[in-house]
Design a protein around this ligand. Structure first.
Ligand code: 3PG
Length: 306
């Protein structure tokens, strides 16, 4: 009997857990839960004899993979898999998958929510602005950005995109493309970041890009903190008191941002872009189904490691 661990420091909504466990138990698997754990030791103990693990932003590093002696597959219920040490998994022939697109609408709605919160001066009562007629610059054009585009257009915004990997998709949709990041940041009123914490995207939001920001620009980050060069952002926000930064991910120097940029910086209390019943269900159910298909049919669609 296959043993599947659902290891979520930030648990799925109960409605999602019910459906995930239903799929796995119907397949004849033994489902184990490790929710809201506070110490890595708990994870190391829980993974010992399982064949599959479903995670969210939970860190699966070399030590966890070494402790999971019978592990065959890890599914990250979500998009970003920067929390899984892929080479360590590959060395042990552990398949790693994600569930692309499944929580994208939830993250996109939060991105627009943060943009609104920023342009309305953090609901302070101070006179703000409106999204209609403003330009939103999408930094990256994956599943989340495509949902942001749909919602932004409904708000009457002009959408501009910078992408290297989804150019054909953006062109097919008739989108206006920026030819460089610099151009995107210079032309947008609101920047929404949608690139993964990988490769050239790391610290890609640098001083040389942000120095082109217009007065009053808002940067919304629902992606990862690693894609921003924090020192550069601090420098830009110090130099230009009209720039705002709203993030779903705590910056390393959160206290500095809070103290220095009152009324211009906001960060959600816990990364919550994908924290909806719908997103948890979509991503969790996809993860469970991918595990069943992997064990029963050898299906490795959505595998992200080689
Ligand atoms: C993702 O990569 O899918 C999102 O960042 C959501 O992450 P979470 O599952 O930790 O909320």
């Amino acid at each position: 009997m296959k043993r599947v661990l659902i290891a979520t420091e930030k648990p799925f909504a109960p409605v999602a857990v019910k459906q995930i466990t239903g799929i796995l138990t119907d397949a004849g698997y033994d489902v184990r839960m490790l929710e809201k754990y506070t110490a890595k030791a708990e994870l190391l103990e829980a993974v010992k004899d399982v064949h599959a693990i479903i995670i969210r932003s939970d860190e699966i590093d070399r030590e966890v993979i070494a402790a999971a002696q019978t592990l065959e597959i890890v599914v990250r219920a979500g998009a970003g898999y920067d929390n899984v040490e892929l080479p360590a998994a590959s060395e042990k022939n552990v398949c790693v998958m994600n569930t692309p697109g499944q929580n994208a609408n939830a993250v996109a709605e939060l991105a627009i929510g943060l943009a609104l919160y920023g342009i309305r001066e953090f609901f302070s009562g101070k006179s703000g602005g409106e999204l209609r007629g403003r330009t939103i610059g999408l930094h990256g054009y994956g599943y989340v950005a495509r949902n942001v585009k749909r919602i932004a257009e409904a708000f009457g915004m002009r959408v501009l995109v910078y992408t290297r990997y989804s150019k054909a998709q953006a062109v097919a949709e008739g989108l206006e493309l920026a030819h460089s990041l610099e151009e995107l940041y210079a032309a947008s009123d609101i920047i929404s970041i949608h690139v993964p914490a990988r490769g050239e995207h790391i610290k890609s939001v640098s001083y040389d890009v942000m120095k082109f920001l217009k007065n009053g620009s808002i940067i919304v980050n629902t992606a990862r903190k690693e894609v921003i060069n924090e020192e550069d952002l601090l420098r830009i926000m110090t130099g230009n008191p009209t720039i705002k930064y709203l993030s779903d991910i705590e910056p390393e120097q959160k206290t500095t941002f809070q103290e220095q940029f009152k009324g211009r910086f906001y960060c959600t209390p816990k990364k919550l872009g994908a924290q909806t019943d719908e997103a948890n269900t979509n991503a969790g159910v996809a993860a469970a189904e991918q595990i069943v298909n992997f064990f029963e049919k050898g299906d490795q669609t959505f595998r992200v490691n080689v």
